[in-house]
Design a binder for this molecule. Structure first.
Ligand SMILES: Cc1cc2nc3c(=O)[nH]c(=O)nc-3n(C[C@H](O)[C@H](O)[C@H](O)COP(=O)(O)OP(=O)(O)OC[C@H]3O[C@@H](n4cnc5c(N)ncnc54)[C@H](O)[C@@H]3O)c2cc1C
Length: 387
């Protein structure tokens, strides 16, 4: 096996999932993560259909994921007076297996760290220089090192993509909305509810206890690591909104952490540039599209499997990864959750709510998502290890 010394940027879902498989195939894995520790938080993410289930099973984590699952909960769509207008069924919002992103990331991190993968938290790559035999990497904090291969699993705003492929503006399309997540205390006895005014949506209540916002906006210039700045944007965007919004905004003012990001889509014509490859949202992200976590998980399985199958030959493996995966990742090209979650006019809000009353239409939509989530022939790479 050649090229065994691999650096992965990003320790959320794609990064640790890739680390798991590479370690199993005998690679020596280092993961660098910008955050100071595994990042908690995030909404529930979900898995759909037989392919996701198979990969979780082959990783030996299906049982643990099922144990941690939150269970899809029905969500009420309410009017300003709290009256129920429609119900978003749990199976629609939560897929087949729903788990919080933070729990899943922690599970993957603990499993791979225990297996011997090295994690470096609180650091980030500052430059990548490719040579014929490796990639010379410099870091914000750590000493420079040379790796055989580098994989960017560092999300939709990927640092590795910027350094190896070019500026974010060449590859990421802003789709006209932002979303935010803020942990708020549980509202006793409440059910998950969602309220809309044209171009704005706020959801809160129920056991998951994270307020969720989606709003239409021109592209904003802000620092994604400045909590106070993001709070200000959110509070201004929701000024004057009815229902329980003023009370929810009071909690936002008190919150320690805010996650605010654009709804955007990655469009890139290649997943690899020499010895550097992209995985997960960095390569095929579509915010809130509902497929990001499954794509990152299956993408990690395919990328690691192809590297092992090719004896570490990155040129062969990266080509096969792209050929085998681009069709499956096509789902991320479709759709924009923004106008669906926060329709722009009262008429469009009524139309969206009507859709959720139509059982037949819902069934059809669920069938279609299941079809997309299973649209890949998985090779049996684990057999390479003889286990
Ligand atoms: C805190 C958080 C909350 C999220 N919440 C939701 C949600 O509620 N709903 C939803 O659908 N999706 C959410 N996502 C996105 C979702 O996790 C992904 O769509 C999906 O799981 C694909 O995962 P990924 O590993 O490719 O990318 P991501 O999950 O985006 O992870 C990227 C990782 O790379 C790290 N990183 C970023 N820049 C650098 C850098 N310069 N150097 C090193 N590491 C870096 C990030 O800190 C993060 O840990 C969230 C992501 C994060 C990080």
């Amino acid at each position: 096996m050649k090229n065994t010394n691999v650096l992965i940027s990003g320790a959320s879902i794609g990064g640790p999932a890739l680390a798991y498989w590479l370690d199993r195939y005998g690679f020596d894995v280092t993961v660098v993560e910008k955050a100071p520790a595994p990042r908690p938080g995030g909404q529930a993410v979900d898995f759909k259909g037989a392919i996701h289930r198979t990969v979780l099973e082959r990783m030996g984590i299906l049982g643990e994921v099922l144990r941690l699952q939150t269970g899809g909960t029905d969500q009420e769509i309410v009017g300003a007076d709290g009256r129920r207008l429609a119900v978003l069924p749990g199976e629609f919002t939560g897929g087949e297996i729903e788990i919080t992103r933070g729990d899943l990331a922690r599970l993957l991190y603990e499993k791979t760290a225990a297996a011997g993968c090295r994690y470096v938290f609180g650091d980030s790559i500052t430059s990548l220089t490719q040579t014929a035999s490796g990639v010379h990497v410099t870091f914000e904090r750590g000493a420079p090192r040379t790796f055989d291969l580098v994989v960017g699993a560092d999300g939709i705003h990927s640092n590795v993509r910027r350094l190896a492929f070019g500026p974010e503006s060449d590859y990421v399309r802003f789709l006209g909305h932002y979303y935010a997540l803020v942990d708020v205390p549980e509202i006793a006895g409440s059910v998950p509810s969602m309220y809309n005014e044209p171009g704005r949506m706020v959801a809160a209540g129920g056991p998951k206890a994270a307020a969720f916002f989606t709003f239409a906006s021109p592209e904003l210039d802000y620092d994604r690591y400045d909590t106070e700045g993001m709070k200000k944007i959110l509070i201004e965007a929701y000024a004057g909104m009815g229902w329980r919004t003023p009370a929810i905004l009071s909690e936002v003012r008190r919150a320690d952490d805010v996650y605010l990001d654009s709804i955007s889509q990655v469009r890139i014509d290649r997943y690899a540039e020499g010895r550097v490859a992209l995985l997960g949202d960095a390569a095929y992200g579509n915010t809130l599209g509902g497929f990001g976590t499954g794509l990152a998980l299956v993408g990690a399985y395919v990328l690691a499997g192809e590297l092992a199958l090719a004896g570490g030959d990155h040129q062969v493996a990266f080509k096969r990864y792209e050929e085998g995966f681009r069709g499956y990742a096509k789902i991320a090209k479709n759709g924009n959750a923004g106008p669906f979650l926060a329709p722009g006019t009262p008429g469009r809000i009524r139309m969206r709510n009507w859709m959720f009353k139509n059982r037949l239409l819902l069934k059809l939509m669920l069938k279609m998502t299941d079809m997309f989530a299973t649209n890949i022939d998985l090779k049996d790479y684990p057999s390479l290890t003889g286990r």
